[in-house]
Design a binder for this molecule. Structure first.
Ligand SMILES: [Zn+2]
Length: 423
């Protein structure tokens, strides 16, 4: 049997099955009229139980760790981890997270049913905390698996004042077992995740599947400009030190620099603070936060340097005092070359062109990359919409993604990870 040869009917059937499962998880919500499934909530419990049942039905051996991550094991030896998350944002769509878990179960189940032994074990992981919707931290579940969970996070409280530590106890787990959730490096071959794209690139390219090259790194630059307040009617234009006009020039510079990179770097200002903030007063003090992201560390660093120098020149010219601080630095997470290539080959074998693209959104893979090589497969979603009940991926695209994951498993060679490096 060739496990990667799929007829159109088989792909349709995989997609139909995936959609039924997506809908079943999508029905598990804290609220009747919108999807809300928070970490360590009763809904998390119900979703985890359903996932565990599917895993058993697929022939996997199920366990659960201290943070409620459900693990379904197939086979033996060093494990390839396949995961995604069950938690959602408030008023979420059904696909973001759950589909990656479902794809893992369907792919592992395919090999179990066929009685085919792979030269590595598989752990399908259903994480519970990727979105950070309940506690002011994200990736707790995957961080625990990667052995980088920060114990001080146990004190973080949700909106109702319940700490993460208490929520773990209420879920029937013990925080003292968190260290035991960590995989040993030598037991793990890699981590792969299937996820909806959450952006418009695949739809624009008219392709159903994409191979992720990296999860973008991010810099927040906090730029504060200090001028002088004054009467909007009496101070002549040439004598003004208008901090907001300077900030506007800085924002346009950020946009221009990003456009010049032709897609390599994106720059956004989503929030500014203006003081005193009165219609008839010249703005004296403005804080602008630049969100700068790129799949390339070098390109991001270059843009940050150029933007800083440009903002300094703008401040000098306008006689504004200036402070620039970086309030967030997240390194780019590269996807491993062998994982990318094997995902690409598996996609191509289905007659689909694998688009290579960055992930502009964060994922559990960022935590898992601290443990092992990672890779991601993206699925086209309608309008690039996510974190929204309108989120949608077609059953056919879901079927292609599951088939591609099966093809990837048939091609994946743990030995190639040690001898080849990331991009
Ligand atoms: Zn997600």
């Amino acid at each position: 049997m060739n496990p990667t040869a799929f007829s159109q009917d088989e792909i349709e059937a995989l997609g139909a099955r995936a959609e039924v499962m997506v809908n079943a998880l999508g029905a598990i919500s804290a609220e009747p009229d919108r999807l809300v499934r928070l970490f360590l909530s009763p809904e998390h419990r119900r979703a985890a139980d359903l996932v565990a049942r599917w895993m058993r039905e697929a022939g996997l051996t199920v366990s659960e760790d201290a943070l409620g991550t459900v693990r379904g094991r197939l086979g033996q030896g060093r494990c390839l981890l396949i995961g995604s998350h069950l938690d959602t944002v408030i008023d979420a769509g059904k696909y973001d997270g759950p589909f990656g878990v479902i794809a893992g179960i369907l792919a592992a189940g395919h090999f179990a049913r066929a009685g085919m032994t792979l030269p590595f074990g598989i752990d399908v992981l259903a994480f519970g905390d990727e979105e950070g919707s309940r506690f002011p931290a994200t990736l707790s579940s995957s961080s625990a698996c990667a052995g980088v969970f920060r114990p001080e996070n146990l004190a973080l409280a949700d909106r109702n004042g319940v700490s993460l530590g208490d929520a773990i106890a209420a879920y029937g787990k013990s925080a003292t077992d968190i260290p035991a959730a960590a995989y040993r490096r030598e037991d793990v071959a890699g981590y792969v995740e299937v996820h909806i794209e959450q952006g418009p690139v695949l739809e624009t390219r008219n392709q159903p599947l994409g191979v992720v090259t990296s999860i973008v790194g991010q810099t927040y630059l906090n730029v504060e400009l200090l001028g002088e307040a004054g009467h909007a009617g009496t101070v002549p234009m040439l004598l003004r030190r208008d901090a907001l006009a300077g900030a506007a020039e800085a924002m346009l510079l950020g946009e221009t620099l990003a456009r010049e990179t032709k897609g390599e770097v994106v720059v956004t200002v989503g929030r500014i603070a203006v003081a005193p903030g009165a219609t008839n007063v010249i703005p004296a003090n403005v804080v602008v936060i630049f969100d700068i992201r790129s799949g390339s560390e070098a390109a991001r660093a270059r843009l940050v340097d150029t933007l800083k120098a440009g903002v300094r020149a703008i401040a000098d010219k306008r006689h504004l005092a200036l402070t620039i601080t970086s309030t967030r630095e997240v390194a780019t997470t590269p996807c491993h070359r062998h994982v990318q290539d094997m995902l690409g080959d598996a996609v191509r074998a289905l007659g689909v062109e694998p688009v290579r693209l960055n992930s502009g959104a964060g994922h559990d893979g960022q935590a898992m990359a601290k443990l092992c090589p990672i890779g991601m497969l993206f699925v086209r979603c309608r309008g690039g919409v996510s974190h929204n009940p309108m989120e949608y991926a077609s059953p056919r695209d879901l079927g292609l993604a599951v088939a591609a994951l099966i093809g990837f498993l048939a091609r994946f060679d743990p030995g190639r990870l040690a001898t080849t490096t990331g991009p």
